[in-house]
Design a protein around this ligand. Sequence first.
Ligand code: 2P0
Length: 345
Amino acid sequence: MDAVTCTAPVNIAVIKYWGKRDEALILPINSSLSATLSQEQLCAKTTVAVSGQFTRDRMWLNGKEESLENPRYQNVLREIRRRARKRKIAGEGKGTSLSDALSWHVHICSVNNFPTAAGLASSAAGFSCLVYSLAKLFRIEGDISEIARQGSGSACRSLYGGFVSWNMGEKDDGTDSVAEQLVTENHWPELQILILVVSDQKKHIGSSAGMGVSVKTSELLRYRAEHIVPRRMKEIETAIQNKDFQTFAKITMQDSNQLHASCLDTYPPIIYLNDTSKQIMHLVHKYNDFCGEIKVAYTFDAGPNACLYLLEEDVAGVLAMVNHCFPPIEQNGDQYIRGLQVEEL
Ligand code: 2P0
């Protein structure tokens, strides 16, 4: 038996991916950009093992066996084995266990250290970790973001640290729809992310289904993908390279708001934000106005939880404000925030 264990962190998009032009290959209608959290934070941990004694491919997610029948898992496993076979045929790995491993079955065991399906990009960390672990196990080299993308679009961005773009690409076969590191995790160490867990409930409509309906029905989404995202990608890349927090923060909030506006423009509408999310948005703008410049930026994915981008020097002040306005409550050992009217302050 041969086994590999890896961890992969969640990524938080500042230019959002929402919508596919090819459902099977997972090709997006626009490019996107995210920051990957550091390893010890919200992450997936996956062990993959291959053995001649295993009778079929199997997977356990957070201790519970899950079916591998989903085409996304099948696509990932098929592509990993295809690339490993190519390496073997090319002469590499001959006489090593790679030859055996190719005809053996795999067992996959993955755990998340955060609530699954609460809009915290669990599939990004999960598929990124799975593909990276399998690539190590089968000794695959070269770009694997194309494989991770076929597991879950946003997963390709979690393969790298720092800020990572996922270029939408132009080709129909998806070979140019890959992730690319813009800057490493050492580029902007002062930049911090706070995650305010508003709810760990499963979302009412998952991202994949939601974006499918949006692509079919939202004119705003189409306009955004064609006319707005290309410009914003360039502007935010420059802002990140120059560590220009004011520009970075403004675009981040605008892009989050446009994602949720596109969700509302979807028919029937999709609403991921709840009252607490809206209160957080309101509070952030009030705080920034009070400070006379942008100190903190919010961004929301397909759920009500808020991700705040801010500089290290402002963490204490913002945390004090958040704790004051949204006193934390404990539930099953985790801390959640409780909504209050910001006007009460
Ligand atoms: C993002 N989200 O850019 C956006 C923002 C959610 C809102 O990527 O169908 O789980 O697996 O490709 O990757 C969530 O989409 O969807 C997502 P699939 P995925 O982070």
